[in-house]
Ligand binder design. Structure first.
Ligand SMILES: Cc1cc2nc3c(=O)[nH]c(=O)nc-3n(C[C@H](O)[C@H](O)[C@H](O)COP(=O)(O)OP(=O)(O)OC[C@H]3O[C@@H](n4cnc5c(N)ncnc54)[C@H](O)[C@@H]3O)c2cc1C
Length: 557
């Protein structure tokens, strides 16, 4: 085994918070919940890829954290006495990213994951120190692209973007090697017997090679779902981990409920694709949707909620407990259910638009997409707040942003502060009464034709990036008629359910449905998927917390 002793390029800006040294009193409190064990020089405490690894505090001696990669080991960090192992994967029980080995003999305190979670939840001081260190460590690893995954892809490939987004939004660190830009790519492809036509390729822990994998295959390979029992009955199963589902998980788990969250893709939902949310309470400088989602996700995990990365495919509602069928074949029983599946982007009815999705056509404007179009001209379609935010954000590093709206202007559909910002940004050109009529290109979008409905004039432009921000439809098809929907497919709840809805659903209780309760007792709907909801992050979060108070009542029935 060849070893590089050079540490990884971690910034170490907050080194005392990332690698804190616990006081003797703090160490004693941890010791009271775990057991002391001796370690010998060279002993491996856990391997890269282990699930639900223990948490260790060094009492004496020294531990090294290394990333194994083929015959090479790279040093990540060293823990001396008073320091501890772990990062956010330790909270969730996901597979470990690194190998941890004793470099000097000594003693460690070992806590299994359940005892570590109990410590974090009950000891406020240690809970803060450990959670903060875990989150900052993961942030450093993501920023330095240091993890257990290598992605080989191409800037011109939509699937590469899909995989990058999946890994990034799940906060999973990965190294990226570009087919066109990286000189070493051929030797790497050769060593795994891969051809350039097979990209994107994901290599997990240097061992498993996945060619153009689905999200589910990546989740399985990285063991995202391994430590989760998918058979035992939960107090609450939340479907969807957008702001509303995450809020239900945080409030529910903090109040002692046994919660499983199901998420098709990654935490954050629509908000996760927002480059900057400026109207969420408590963040005067704004916060990116991904950062908000990551914080909420870690908070939910801290309180013991678990998240399964898989799609809910059917709600079985002909008896109790309810059952949620999942695409991986699992059938999860639930005493109560929260539907927080939100909504999906509306796609303009344009031939060949889908061909360029991820290769010039995007439904979110985050740092990842912005990197792809720096210095170029881009189009933002839509006149709502999400379109306005995208335009302002993209204007920062593109040559020009063409904002296409079907109506006369922005006044009806957008917040005043955004309209002002758009007006003040010289590089944003507002084009009213304008719609895209054709998109063309090879592997990537190259030309766009738009038409002004007032003048009838069409123009063709050499533009390679379109951001479609035109609203969304509810994700309710999978419910298969279990709950009453409105005419647009959103879920009706509480006072919106008419006597006819309730009699059609055979509502069995003497009481009327609670606020946010659907036509099925104990099944709630929150956030954008709910009929009549206000489509905002704050209202989605508020509904998530309100639902929990009614779930306590439903659980007693
Ligand atoms: C680009 C953009 C910018 C925005 N900016 C702002 C802003 O600045 N301020 C603001 O207040 N609001 C903003 N919004 C609106 C806000 O993001 C939404 O109102 C909010 O995200 C709704 O949250 P939700 O949890 O109800 O649903 P969503 O955010 O839609 O989340 C639903 C989740 O459910 C998952 N899901 C769907 N079906 C299934 C299934 N069958 N099984 C498992 N999981 C499933 C999805 O993958 C998704 O993660 C923005 C929206 C967009 C698109």
């Amino acid at each position: 085994m060849r070893r590089t002793r050079r540490g990884l390029p971690l910034t170490r800006a907050h080194v005392e918070q990332i690698f804190p040294k616990l006081t003797p009193a703090q160490t004693r409190r941890i010791a009271a919940r775990g057991h002391m064990r001796a370690m010998e020089r060279g002993e491996v405490l856990y391997e890269q890829g282990d699930s639900a690894a223990s948490f260790f505090v060094v009492v004496s001696g020294e531990l090294e954290v290394v990333r194994p990669s083929g015959a090479v080991e790279t040093l990540v960090t060293v823990h001396g006495s008073g320091q501890f192992t772990g990062e956010v994967g330790t909270l969730s029980g996901r597979r470990t990213l690194f190998r941890v080995r004793a470099t000097k003999p000594g003693k460690v305190i070992e806590l299994d994951r359940q005892h570590m979670l109990a410590l974090i939840q009950s000891d406020a001081e240690l809970g803060e120190i450990l959670t903060r260190a875990f989150i900052l460590r993961r942030a450093e690893l993501v920023a330095a692209s240091v993890g257990d995954v290598v992605l080989i892809g191409s800037t011109h490939s939509a699937d590469t973007l899909r995989i990058k987004e999946f890994l990034m939004r799940n906060g999973h660190p990965y190294s990226y090697i570009d087919l066109e830009r990286d000189p070493d790519v051929q030797s790497l492809l050769d060593s795994f017997h891969l051809g350039a036509s097979e990209i994107p390729v994901v290599i997990c822990r240097g061992k498993v090679v996945l060619r153009n994998p689905s999200k589910q295959q990546i989740a399985d390979c990285l063991g995202f779902n391994e430590s989760i029992d998918q058979t035992h009955m939960r107090d609450l199963v939340v479907i969807g981990a957008g702001p509303s589902g995450l809020a239900a998980a945080v409030y529910g788990a903090s109040e002692g409920l046994d919660i499983l969250v199901l998420e098709t893709s990654s935490p954050g939902g629509q908000a996760g694709s927002s480059s900057k949310i400026e109207n969420y309470l408590g963040f005067p400088a704004g916060i990116s949707g991904q950062e908000l989602a990551a914080r909420a996700y870690h908070q939910a995990q801290k309180f013991g909620a678990e998240m399964l990365i898989a799609k809910g495919t059917r709600l079985v509602c002909d008896g109790k407990p309810y059952v949620i069928e999942v695409e991986n074949g699992a059938r999860i029983p639930a005493r109560t259910v929260v539907i927080a599946t939100g909504a999906e982007y509306r796609r303009p009815p344009l031939k060949s638009l889908s061909r360029f999705e991820g290769a010039g056509v995007y439904y979110g404007a985050t740092f990842v997409e912005a990197q792809l179009c720096g210095g170029e001209e881009v189009i933002v379609v839509g006149g709502g707040n999400s379109a306005g935010q995208a335009a302002v954000f993209l204007a920062e590093n593109t040559k020009r942003v063409h904002m296409l709206v079907r109506s006369a202007g922005l006044a009806e559909s957008m917040s005043r502060y955004l309209i002002r910002r758009i007006e003040e940004t010289a590089t944003i050109v507002l084009r009213p009464y304008t719609e895209i009529v054709a998109v063309e290109g090879g592997n990537h979008l190259e030309f766009v034709r738009w038409r002004n409905s007032q003048t009838g004039q069409t123009e063709e432009h050499e533009i390679s990036h379109i951001f479609v921000m035109t609203g969304a439809d509810p994700n309710t098809l999978w419910l298969g008629g279990c709950v009453a929907l409105d005419s647009k497919g959103f879920i009706k709840t509480g006072p919106d359910l008419s006597p006819e809805d309730l009699s059609a659903a055979r509502w069995p209780l003497a009481r009327p449905p609670h606020l946010l309760e659907t036509s099925l007792p104990g099944v709630f709907a929150i956030g954008d998927v709910r009929s009549g909801s206000i489509k905002r992050v704050a209202s989605a979060v508020g509904e998530g917390s309100i639902a929990i108070s009614f779930i306590h009542q439903a659980l007693k029935e």
